[in-house]
Design a binder for this molecule. Structure first.
Ligand code: PLP
Length: 409
């Protein structure tokens, strides 16, 4: 043969992927992730409206914070207007100041870097690990040892002269990163670790909930996350005085008093409204069911992809090299993932099929999405400091997120 046989359209990788998705969840159309409100959401929201306490104080906020702390095993939870605000406040409480650097993965949602930017700090991008999709502890350690020096003010980036003020690992698509090792490394350097656990409610590393390893952890309850409050977020922490400061800073830094309006610093209006917390209380009751459903969906996809690829290689003998198994991403070792978003990772030599697969699936009513553009490539962050990013660069061309709502199978 002079040239490799062109795969026929029905046997091409994109069609195999489409067929495997549809074999798992039906013909569609299917969204990437839809919220489900079949618990006590309406009852609690109506109760909240009847109480007239729909805004920044109320029983549902207190209850939501208490239940979130109980669920995650954190000593305290402070509910916020969204996950980005939670991150911004957490970074501020960790001591991040203007013109300091905050280490974040390049492969993350833009909010991780924005939170640093809003404090006039500078995001500094590091690579992720192929087996967790989250920050690579060894790459971080090597990078820190090559570019930093200890100084009176803390750890300094020798290349920029700026202090490294915090490290923010993120648990990608709900899969815990190697957070124990990251904790060891950051504490050996004396840098505070803040976890972006926006996507990871219900995920555990070695049995311990994501977001409880760092000084502070941040969760999001945006409409596309595993549970939602419409818009919302939370800071979780085992440090009670930091929790009190978080509450203070997110409620305009008002000093408690029966009538006086005394504010002891410029504070934010970042508290979660009671009416959103009412939805959150009902959603939290459904979380165990959502978690089970998402784990079942993972198993169903895994089964379909396994059979689809097995049958394709046995049916076309000369085509075997064209189809290497594609991997549906499973929870890393020692981890329990919430399986928030289901993820296919195309083999490195099949990355060219990503765009075709996105077109075919979305044209067929199956909503799929690629990974985020690496933040180090985005206009506002293109000139920020960065480590070598070989794994992030490769993964960004190979990740395909699949329809992932609870209740699909
Ligand atoms: C959703 C998300 C956020 C931000 O949460 P919002 O509630 O949308 O502000 C931050 N980081 C990551 C990784 C996210 O996925």
């Amino acid at each position: 043969m002079t040239a490799e046989p062109q795969p026929t359209s029905s046997n091409s990788l994109p069609s195999l992927i489409l067929r495997a998705i549809q074999a798992t969840i039906g013909i569609g159309p299917h969204a990437l992730h839809s919220p489900i409100f079949d618990g006590r959401e309406q009852e609690y929201v109506l109760d909240c409206i009847h109480s007239t306490y729909v805004s920044s104080v109320g029983e549902y906020v207190d209850r939501f914070e208490r239940e979130l702390a109980d669920y995650t095993g954190a000593k305290r939870a402070v509910a916020t207007v969204n996950g980005t605000a939670a991150l911004q406040v957490a970074l501020q409480l960790a001591g991040v100041k203007a013109n300091e650097e905050v280490i974040v993965p390049s492969l993350t949602f833009v909010a991780t870097a924005n939170a640093a930017h809003f404090l006039s700090a500078v995001p500094h991008f590091v690579d992720v690990h192929e087996e967790t999709l989250g920050m690579d502890p060894i790459a971080l350690k090597d990078w820190l040892s090559s570019i930093t020096e200890k100084s009176d003010g803390g750890l300094r980036n020798r290349q920029t002269g700026r202090r490294i003020a915090a490290v923010v690992p993120m648990h990608t698509f709900g899969h815990p990163c190697n957070i124990e090792l990251l904790q060891e490394i950051t504490s050996s350097y004396g840098i505070p670790m803040i976890e972006d656990a926006a996507e990871a409610l219900g995920s555990r590393f070695n049995g311990k909930h994501a977001g409880t390893f760092g000084q502070l952890g941040c969760i999001s309850f945006n409409g596309n996350k595993i549970i939602t409050t419409g818009g919302g977020g939370a800071i979780i922490t085992n440090n009670v005085s930091l929790a009190n400061l978080a509450k203070h800073l997110t409620t305009t830094a008002k000093v408690a008093h029966r009538w006086s309006y005394i504010h002891d610093q410029p504070g934010y209006n970042f508290r979660m409204p009671n009416i959103n917390a009412a939805i959150g209380c009902a959603q939290l009751e459904q979380l165990p069911r959502f978690l089970k459903s998402k784990r079942d969906l993972f198993k169903a996809y895994e089964h379909s992809f396994h059979s689809a690829l097995a049958s394709s290689s046995s049916s076309s003998k000369c085509d075997q090299t064209a189809i290497t198994p594609i991997k549906i991403f499973g929870e890393p070792v020692f981890c329990e993932s919430n399986y928030w978003l289901q993820t296919l990772i195309l083999p490195a030599d099949q990355a060219e099929f990503l765009n075709e697969t996105l077109t075919l699936t979305n044209d067929s009513g199956i909503m799929t999405r690629p990974a985020w553009e690496l933040l180090s490539n985005l206009g506002p962050y293109a000139t920020c400091p960065k480590a070598p990013l070989p794994v992030s660069t490769s993964l960004a061309k190979r990740i395909l997120n699949l329809p992932s709502s609870a209740g699909l199978v």
